[in-house]
Design a protein around this ligand. Structure first.
Ligand code: TNX
Length: 534
């Protein structure tokens, strides 16, 4: 797609003799340990794949599809008998990496390759690594060096958030993202499905969520047909069937979909549909502006009935242990101005609006815990005191995460100044619109998720790391891809590789092979970082 743009660093592999290319391993994320061995293994159309049992066969099929796309080789399954043990073997082996979740062992020898793990997840990651070894070079006959890789991720939460509220994406685009995540060994898709500008989950019991809250009228020409003068609303939501399909598609790629229902702020679209759940009782439009909004849920019982009904649907759709309830940027003006909210605070003996937010979030936690789920929220949920088992997503820097970990709470690090992919990646004039400060490829790469101030015990609370794609400025899928790639490759290394294996200069030598993989999969990655690197 974008091949031959010229500014990128050169290829990682050189053509060898006999129509064969030799791959210098360009693995992203870098594995925990890689030991070179003597010799090399030749992979071509005659290589056989063998896999015992359904799980290993599924992984072998996923591997074959990857190799077909990047190398144009379609390896055949082994016929059994004399084929067994030759070529590439995928094996579920309880003895391998039993105490390292998601880990695997990959051995490449001149006579054959073995990928083994104690479960399907680990085996899948081993298959991704083997595919990356092969796609470190191009062509239908590839020689890869003999080696032994023993690998497991540094973090259990390797996340990416996509905002489908401000602008939304098609089911196929979401699936492309899930595919790309899996190829980067990311395992958590945080899906932001409601905001001031739109509600995107089908909830049959509340039809106005689809009829009203899922539509906004864009400003200017985009919102009006110049010929007829008619309004052109921007509408969209995911049906329950589509959501189930996406959740299942993610699961096949070992990705958990964590849904977010952002409350008590960021709810202007819901209040537009159901003004009785807002604090002032007025009926706003679904917003068509960006930035922090004023609308807050009220704290009446009928509002909790609504919230709990919606959470019931969310819990039924998403098997994720964690349910994200937002909690960010809830400016308290409306609660201060609302006589019903003030009266309720008196009744409950709650002193101020910060304490009320804390009470609100605790109530959600109790509800979710009753359903066997865990509450996750943006770091504002620290204000006024966290519910006992809440997990914190630290976005306003790492301070919230540090405070939460020190108090014994689990944390996902996603600081805006390091990992927000809606920020510009360079100051090039070729950069599409984004938020005005920079988060460069190196900024993402260099972020260290575990703050030094934490003790060894507190460090265990850092579940992992996540980058966020807010879509105010991303009307189209190519824009989202520009924001994601190649910065997601940098994120993957922070999320998976041991801290000691991180080395930006070395990462850059592995990046060209990754870009070639992007091209093979039709990913329109950003060119702007390479203007700077050239
Ligand atoms: C802050 S991050 C927000 C989002 C915006 C984003 C833009 C967070 C929890 N809230 O509503 O889209 O900044 O970068």
């Amino acid at each position: 797609l974008l091949a031959g743009c010229g500014r990128e660093p050169g290829p990682a592999a050189a053509p060898g003799t006999q129509g064969e290319t030799t791959a210098r391993p360009a693995l992203i994320p870098a594995p925990a340990s890689l030991q070179p061995r003597d010799g090399s293994f030749r992979f071509d159309a005659s290589t056989r794949l063998s896999a015992d049992g359904e799980a290993a066969q599924r992984v072998a099929a996923q591997f074959a599809a990857l190799v077909a796309t990047t190398n144009g080789i379609e390896p055949a399954p082994a016929g059994g008998g004399q084929d067994a043990g030759t070529g590439i073997v995928f094996a579920i082996d309880p003895a391998v990496s039993a105490d390292a979740p998601e880990g695997y062992l990959l051995e490449v020898a001149p006579e054959g390759v073995r990928v083994a793990a104690s479960d399907e997840r680990g085996l899948f990651y081993g298959a991704v690594t083997l595919w990356q070894l092969l796609s470190s070079a191009q062509g239908q006959a590839v020689r890869i060096p003999a080696l032994r890789i023993e690998d497991a991720p540094r973090f259990g939460w390797r996340g990416l958030m996509l905002d489908s509220a401000r602008h939304f994406q098609s089911v196929d685009e979401i699936k492309q993202l899930l595919d790309a995540m899996a190829r980067h060994k990311l395992n958590t898709f945080h899906w932001h499905l409601g905001d001031d500008q739109g509600w995107r989950i089908e909830i049959p019991k509340y039809p106005k969520l689809m009829e009203v809250a899922a539509c906004r009228i864009p400003a200017g020409e985009a919102g009006t047909d110049p010929a007829t003068g008619e309004t052109r609303p921007y509408c969209g939501y995911y049906t329950q069937a589509q959501i189930r399909d996406i959740v299942a598609y993610a699961a096949q790629r070992h990705i958990t979909v964590v849904p977010e229902f952002d409350m008590p702020g960021h709810v202007q679209a819901v209040v537009a549909a159901y003004p009785q759940y807002g604090s002032l009782g007025d009926t706003p439009p679904v917003s068509n502006e960006w930035g922090v909004h004023q609308y807050l849920f009220n704290v009446e019982e009928e509002t909790f009935v609504f919230i709990e009904d919606v959470l019931d649907e969310i819990v039924a759709l998403f098997p994720s242990t964690y349910i994200h309830i937002g909690g960010d940027e809830a400016v308290k003006d409306q609660w201060q101005q609302s006589p019903i909210v003030q009266a309720r605070m008196k009744e409950l003996g709650i002193a101020d609006e910060t304490a009320l937010q804390s009470w609100f979030i605790k109530r959600l936690e109790t509800y979710l815990e009753g359903k066997g789920r865990r509450l996750l929220g943006w770091d504002e949920i620290l204000d006024g005191g966290l519910p006992p088992r809440a997990t914190v997503m630290s976005w306003r820097g790492t301070e919230g995460g540090i405070t939460a970990a020190q108090a014994g709470h689990d944390v996902v690090m996603t600081p805006w100044d390091k990992l927000y992919l809606d920020y510009l990646q360079t100051m090039s004039p070729n950069e599409p619109p984004g938020r005005p400060t920079q988060v460069t490829l190196q900024t993402v790469y260099d972020f260290e998720p575990v703050p030094e101030v934490l003790t060894a015990a507190q460090r265990k609370h850092i579940l992992g790391v996540q980058a966020n794609v807010w879509t105010e400025h991303m009307r189209t899928w190519p824009r989202v891809q520009h924001a994601l790639f190649p910065r997601v490759a940098a994120l993957a290394e922070s999320a998976w590789s041991p801290a000691g294996r991180k080395d930006y200069a070395d990462f850059l030598t592995r990046l060209p092979a990754q870009l070639a993989r992007y091209r093979a999969f039709g990913i329109a990655y950003a060119q702007t970082p390479f203007e700077v690197l050239a």
